[in-house]
Ligand binder design. Structure first.
Ligand SMILES: CC(C)(COP(=O)(O)OP(=O)(O)OC[C@H]1O[C@@H](n2cnc3c(N)ncnc32)[C@H](O)[C@@H]1OP(=O)(O)O)[C@@H](O)C(=O)NCCC(=O)NCCS
Length: 165
């Protein structure tokens, strides 16, 4: 369809666009759960800035516009928590979400030594759960965030990336 979306590491200058994009993208999740206090909607711009500085954050760009984002952070036990995957509603369904996820996974494995990836999805977010299963994640349990939405926790081993490091 002639669109050229590129994936790259987020810079400090992207924080504000990521902040606005996630606010837009997660409205559909908030509506699904009738809960507008979910983490991506209440996160402050300063907190997004801190994540961009410390964590493994990627953006999808179309020209100068940030049209997608994902974050990953490594814990002491080698597990990388991946979250806040989002793609602008007008560009969803073209594989950008899967590309962002792959970029975060390979950076977390190859640059930060992650041995396992973990993410969670709202229990009724069928499209999200389908996407994660398709790229190799399996449900390992459930959790409940501060916002009260029941989440399904999914994991995937990072072995596939270690071999190419
Ligand atoms: C979740 C989200 C990031 C996915 O982004 P995306 O770019 O649409 O993801 P993809 O395009 O990789 O995959 C979505 C669907 O498009 C399909 N798709 C992928 N590439 C495609 C292509 N080239 N042509 C047609 N369809 C395609 C996939 O098969 C998938 O279909 P499925 O829903 O039947 O499994 C996006 O929907 C979003 O921002 N949602 C709101 C925020 C959110 O819920 N985030 C996740 C929290 S857990």
């Amino acid at each position: 369809m002639g669109m050229s979306v590129t994936i790259s590491v987020a810079t400090e200058q992207d924080a504000e666009q990521i902040f606005r994009l996630q606010y837009l993208c997660f409205q559909s999740e908030a509506a699904l759960y009738g809960n507008y206090r979910i983490d991506p909607l209440v996160q402050s711009l300063d907190s997004v800035r801190a994540e961009v500085a410390a964590d493994c954050v990627f953006v999808a760009r179309l020209g100068d516009e940030v049209v997608g984002s994902v974050r990953g952070a490594l814990a002491d036990d080698g597990t990388a928590a991946i979250g806040k995957l989002c793609v602008h509603p007008r560009l969803q369904g073209h594989g950008i979400g899967a590309r962002l996820l792959r970029a975060a996974e390979s950076a977390l494995a190859e640059e930060r030594g992650a041995t396992k990836f973990r993410l969670s999805a709202g229990h009724r977010s069928e499209g999200n759960l389908r996407l994660y299963r398709r790229v190799g994640y399996e449900a390992v349990g459930t959790s409940q965030g501060e916002d009260g939405v029941p989440m399904i926790v999914l994991e995937k081993p990072a072995e596939a990336y270690a071999a190419t490091a």
